[in-house]
Design a protein around this ligand. Structure first.
Ligand code: DGL
Length: 270
């Protein structure tokens, strides 16, 4: 029973780590589309094509259920994939819904009408493509009313993280938080809507200041997956082995993965 975890690059490893901690007995096959990262500056059609190719590769590994551990793919491609492309017997799930369920204090699959929730001012930090898709606002509107969302496209952050340039990534985070605060001086909650951002979560928290509740995805997604598998065990696919695959150069991707996992891993060519 293997589960597939897909990201444009290395950010999804933050989700993989949490899932591995939460479900230690489940083999996980990770695919990073490093050859085409970052997705955040690509068109929706492009992201759709690349994400479908990545998911098919994970199906070939015996993963009937694939998590898009990438907000950009979840925002720009997932709905279209689920509506037009995913065959019977397979599942592709994204990382937005668990986050929004946590923000709106809903249990899994609570499809009751939208209602007032405690938070009224929410800051969303994400890639330019995720912000442009407005998928977060769309999913939120199904569940909550009266929430003001201010979104900040965080250009450059994913690139800096993928290149291992921590100083640049942190400087960019501070300037994106400042830019957002000029438009929304007192957010009550902040969403880190990109799976790369847990690596600079401390910088986000420091720049946002006390009193802002920060929602980060890895644990939320791991809990939601555990819940899903308990209800739908038939989607734990037939794969038996954990693997790390990349469309990029396995050597350099393995080297860079260490900063995400803080342990050595060996990527193989996808
Ligand atoms: N980790 C991806 C996300 O969550 C990175 C996006 C990108 O490749 O630009 O959005």
């Amino acid at each position: 029973m293997a589960i597939g975890i897909f990201d444009s690059g290395l950010g999804g490893l933050t989700v993989l780590e949490s899932v591995a901690r939460r479900l230690p007995e489940v083999p996980l096959v990770y695919l990073g589309d490093n050859a085409h990262a970052p997705y955040g500056v690509r068109t929706a059609d492009d992201i759709f094509g690349l994400t479908c190719a990545g998911v098919e590769r994970l199906w070939a590994e015996g993963c009937d259920l694939v998590i898009l551990a990438c907000n950009t793919a979840s925002a720009a491609a997932l709905k279209r994939m689920q509506e037009t492309w995913v065959p019977e017997g397979k599942r592709v799930l994204g990382v937005f819904v668990p986050l929004i369920e946590a923000l709106t204090e809903r249990g899994w699959g609570d499809n009751s009408p939208p209602r007032e929730v405690a938070v009224k001012h929410v800051a969303l930090f994400a890639t330019p493509a995720t912000v442009a898709s407005r998928a977060f606002q769309r999913e939120l509107a199904f569940r909550a009313i009266g929430v003001d969302v201010e979104a900040q496209p965080c250009g450059g952050v994913v690139d800096a993280i993928e290149q291992g340039d921590e100083i640049l990534a942190e400087a960019l985070v501070r300037s994106h938080v400042e830019a957002l605060k000029r438009r929304m001086p007192h957010p009550e909650a902040a969403i880190l809507g990109c799976t790369h951002y847990p690596l600079v979560e401390k910088t986000f928290r420091a720049a946002l200041g006390d009193g802002v509740r920060v929602f980060s995805q890895p644990e939320l997604v791991a809990d939601s997956l555990a819940d899903y598998l308990a209800r739908r065990p038939e989607f734990a696919g037939e794969g038996r082995a954990s693997r790390f695959l990349t469309t990029g150069d396995p050597g350099s991707v393995s080297d860079r993965a260490v900063q995400f996992l803080r342990r050595p891993v060996s990527f193989e060519a996808a």
